[in-house]
Design a protein around this ligand. Structure first.
Ligand code: DON
Length: 321
């Protein structure tokens, strides 16, 4: 049950994945957020961060793109730290919705819970919970701080994206007020929505997301900065949230075919967490009908399958020189 994988094997498979997937033209850039439709659709990068801090990168891994829904993971970690596992279960929930990320129906069906911090509803509730409640500047600082510490370097707000999202986020406004109706917004609703929109508009690189994935895979200890970012006991619950709903209504298909808990964003980024082994991220703007990057999915699946990595196969992985 012990499997040795060498760093050069990983590099080879990453190179293969990049070459095979690069020319894929399926999917299209998100256009319900106008800014995203203008991002170069041919950008593509893959980044892996091992738990010794070594990174393996190929392609556009330094390009700064909109983090979008991947940021839901970061805020989930923040409120897990501030409130604890049990309170998050009670105030938000930890269930898959089986519905799209922006579903109003999911809220109506579960009128007592926004289901999970990893869909829009739960993420807006999460922003309302970030402490100190009532203080938007300090809440924003806390969100940026956790994202920075997880990635080992600071994200950059993409002002044009923030403006573009703020001008068009009517569905999220409906979600916010519907949640308010069910007493699931724990601070000022407009403030919670604005924090959520702003965090989605933060720019990150694929390598920053790979390091974030590695930090979660490493029980909260950032392998690059060598700092403990969050309590080690929170790694399993947050990874379980990612596994259950990271791909929304396609989370089952994703787990079944890839073997890695991962979170997507409509900016084209995907962040995978392989506990005890690595963080992985791929980025390419064209997305499928569920909002998940087509090329990033293919690349991560190729790497997982070809290295024989799978969270469910019970193998103990040793990365050797
Ligand atoms: O709220 C939204 O619609 C966007 N800011 C984020 C959505 C998203 O990334 C969904 N994930 N694939």
């Amino acid at each position: 049950m012990i499997k040795n994988i060498s760093v050069s094997q990983i590099k080879e498979v990453v190179q293969q994945a990049y070459e095979q997937v690069k020319t894929n033209t399926d999917g299209k850039n998100a256009d319900y957020i106008p800014f995203l439709s203008g991002v170069d659709k041919d950008l593509f990068g893959i980044s892996i961060c091992l738990l010794n801090g070594e990174t393996i990168t190929i392609g556009d891994t330094d390009y700064i793109f909109g983090i979008e829904s991947v940021s839901k993971v970061h805020t989930a970690i923040l409120i897990l730290q501030q409130y604890g596992v049990q309170q998050i279960l009670g105030m938000i929930g930890a269930d898959a919705t089986g519905l799209p990320f922006n579903s109003l129906l999911a809220i109506l069906q579960e009128n007592n819970h926004p289901s999970t911090p990893l869909v829009n509803a739960g993420a807006i509730t999460a922003c309302s919970m970030v402490q100190p409640v009532g203080n938007p500047e300090a809440k924003w600082a806390a969100i940026v701080k956790i994202i920075t510490e997880l990635a080992g370097s600071a994200p950059k707000l993409i002002e044009e994206l923030y403006k573009s999202e703020s001008e068009t986020n009517f569905n999220n406004r409906s979600i916010t007020w519907l949640l308010k109706n069910y007493n699931r917004i724990y601070d000022d609703p407009e403030m919670a929505l604005d924090l959520y929109t702003r965090q989605c508009s933060l720019g990150v690189t694929a390598t920053q997301l790979a390091i974030t994935g590695a930090t979660i895979a490493n029980e909260g200890f950032n392998p690059v900065t060598k700092k403990q970012v969050f309590h080690e006991e929170l790694a399993a619950p947050v990874t379980s949230l990612i596994a259950t709903v990271g791909f929304y209504e396609h989370s089952g298909d994703w787990m079944y075919t890839s073997g890695i808990p991962a979170k997507t964003g409509v900016g084209g980024g995907i962040m995978g967490v392989m506990p005890g082994v690595m963080g992985i991220s791929a980025f390419a703007p064209p997305i499928d009908e569920s909002g998940n990057s087509v090329k990033a999915q293919l690349a991560i699946k190729h790497i997982m399958n070809n290295l024989g990595l799978n969270v469910f196969n019970g193998k103990q992985i040793n990365i050797v020189k």
